[in-house]
Structures are given as structure tokens and as C-alpha cells.
Design a protein around this ligand. Structure first.
Ligand SMILES: NC(=O)c1ccc[n+]([C@@H]2O[C@H](COP(=O)([O-])OP(=O)(O)OC[C@H]3O[C@@H](n4cnc5c(N)ncnc54)[C@H](OP(=O)(O)O)[C@@H]3O)[C@@H](O)[C@H]2O)c1
Length: 231
């Protein structure tokens, strides 16, 4: 049985991934701050309940990250897929920027994925994949909506993209694929109600793209359909 580790597994796109990989018969290790919601758990059949393992993590805390990584490696022999999905978007317009928002964005969106990858590094195999949920707002070339309030977010996701490229090189000899994947604008708590695409619509595209990504594309930055995004 294949194992996937997903951060931010309790809502939005992370919950969509959790549901989808359970349906496909994977063992899912769900990293959340406060556990998965009771309604979701009640809706699972016995097999899916057995295949779902929960680990708590607060991604702003290095100690919590270390503890959760220890629990993860105690639960599985190896990790086939690690999805750094959790993220935070603190929207502040220029003029209202705060140090706190920049630091929190950087901690959750870039530092936590780095520390988790480091802590889990010996539990990936040849052909394992590490997927970082990034954003089109991380693209320096396209600099989407520079007048909008997404500065801390875009900067932190650009850092996540750099992490992706650097870690891909570190894992190159082990043939581990490390890619940054942007889901597009999706209707979640973060994306808001006006987003044109639902979690149910985007998750099949993302999982298909993850399946198709190969080590030849490691270090790349892609959209939900697997098309390269300019850096
Ligand atoms: N939705 C979009 O339009 C969009 C577009 C581009 C990229 N993305 C990226 O896609 C990923 C998923 O987004 P989403 O829309 O599903 O977001 P979401 O609905 O806001 O969910 C965010 C998830 O991250 C978790 N999280 C945030 N801070 C955390 C912390 N300090 N410790 C542990 N967990 C934490 C949340 O846990 P709690 O429930 O405990 O808060 C939640 O599970 C993110 O990386 C996001 O940046 C989303």
C-alpha cells in the first residue's frame, strides 16, 4: 500500500487530497492542528478509517514540527508522496504591512515545509515525490496583481519555490521528484467564494498531474494541469 503524508489535511484542498487518496486505497497520514472534523470521519467506511492516521502539528513551532515528524516516521516505513499543502494568506495592502504577517507567512509557507522535508528525508524512496502547494502569485516573471494585498503571501511562496528547486537538487541522485504545484484559484476559505473552481473539480487535476510528474521534471513549477509556470 502506498503512503501519502498531507499537511493542512483538515479543510480546503488538503481535505480534498485526503479524501481522494483514501478513495484510491492509499494510507493517508493527515497532519492537522486540531484533527479532522467528526462529520468527515463518520462518513468513512471501516477500511478508510484503518487507512487514515492522524498526527497533530503546529507549523509555526519548530518543536511541534520535529515531534510530528517523529510520529510520522513511527507510523510508516516509507513515504511515497509528501504534500506540503498547508498554507496561510494574510492579506495586507501596501501601507498596512506588518512584520508579523511577513514572518508568519514565511514560517508557515516556506520554513515549515523545509523543516518537514529535512526531518523526513530518510523516509523517502527512489520514485517518492514531494509536492509543494505553491501559487501563481509566487511567479516573479508574471508578478500577478502587484497592486493587490498579497505581498507577504507571494514572497513566501516564491521562497517555497526556491526551496523546491534547491531540494530537488539535493535529492537528484536518489531519483526523488520535488515539484512546486499551483492549484489555480480555488473556492476554499483561502480562495473565497468567488473562485471559479471547486475543490472537487481541482483535486482530480492535481492528483493526475502529481501522478504524471517524473524525476525529469524535478525542481519545476507547474500549474494544476502540469503546464510549466514562468519563474
Ligand atoms: N485556494 C486557492 O485559491 C489557492 C491558490 C493558490 C495556492 N493555494 C495554496 O494551496 C494550499 C491549500 O490552500 P487552501 O485554499 O485549501 O487553504 P485553506 O482552506 O485556507 O486551508 C489551509 C490549511 O492550512 C492549515 N494551516 C494553516 N496554518 C497552519 C499552521 N500554522 N499549522 C498547521 N496547519 C496550518 C490550515 O489548518 P487550520 O484549519 O488548523 O487553520 C488548513 O488546513 C495552500 O498552500 C495555499 O497557499 C491555494
Amino acid at each position: 500500500m502506498k503512503t501519502v503524508v498531507i499537511t493542512g489535511a483538515n479543510r480546503g484542498i488538503g481535505l480534498g487530497f485526503t479524501s481522494s487518496y483514501l478513495k484510491e486505497g492509499w494510507c493517508v497520514i493527515a497532519l492537522t492542528r486540531n484533527g479532522l472534523n467528526a462529520d468527515f470521519l463518520e462518513g468513512l467506511n471501516d477500511e478508510k478509517k484503518r487507512n487514515l492516521l492522524e498526527v497533530n502539528v503546529e507549523l509555526e513551532s519548530e518543536l511541534s514540527i520535529q515531534n510530528s515528524a517523529k510520529k510520522v516516521v513511527g507510523l510508516c516505513k516509507h513515504i511515497d508522496l509528501f504534500i506540503n499543502n498547508a498554507g496561510v494568506s494574510i492579506d495586507q495592502p501596501f501601507g498596512a504591512w506588518t512584520q508579523e504577517a511577513f514572518i508568519k507567512s514565511y514560517q508557515v509557507n516556506a520554513v515549515a515545509p523545509a523543516l518537514l522535508i529535512q526531518a523526513l528525508q530518510y523516509h523517502f524512496n527512489e520514485n517518492s515525490k514531494i509536492i509543494q502547494l505553491t501559487s501563481g502569485l509566487a511567479s516573479i516573471d508574471t508578478a500577478i496583481n502587484p497592486l493587490g494585498p498579497f505581498d507577504a503571501y507571494g514572497m513566501s511562496k516564491a521562497a517555497l519555490n526556491m526551496l523546491t528547486r534547491r531540494v530537488a537538487k539535493k535529492f537528484e541522485s536518489q531519483k526523488i521528484t520535488v515539484c512546486a504545484l499551483s492549484p489555480g484559484w480555488v473556492s476554499t476559505d483561502m480562495g473565497g467564494d468567488e473562485a471559479p473552481v471547486s475543490v472537487d473539480q481541482v483535486v482530480p487535476l492535481l492528483t493526475q498531474t502529481i501522478e504524471q510528474l517524473s524525476v525529469a521534471q524535478s525542481g519545476g513549477f507547474f500549474d494544476e494541469q502540469g503546464k510549466e509556470i514562468p519563474w
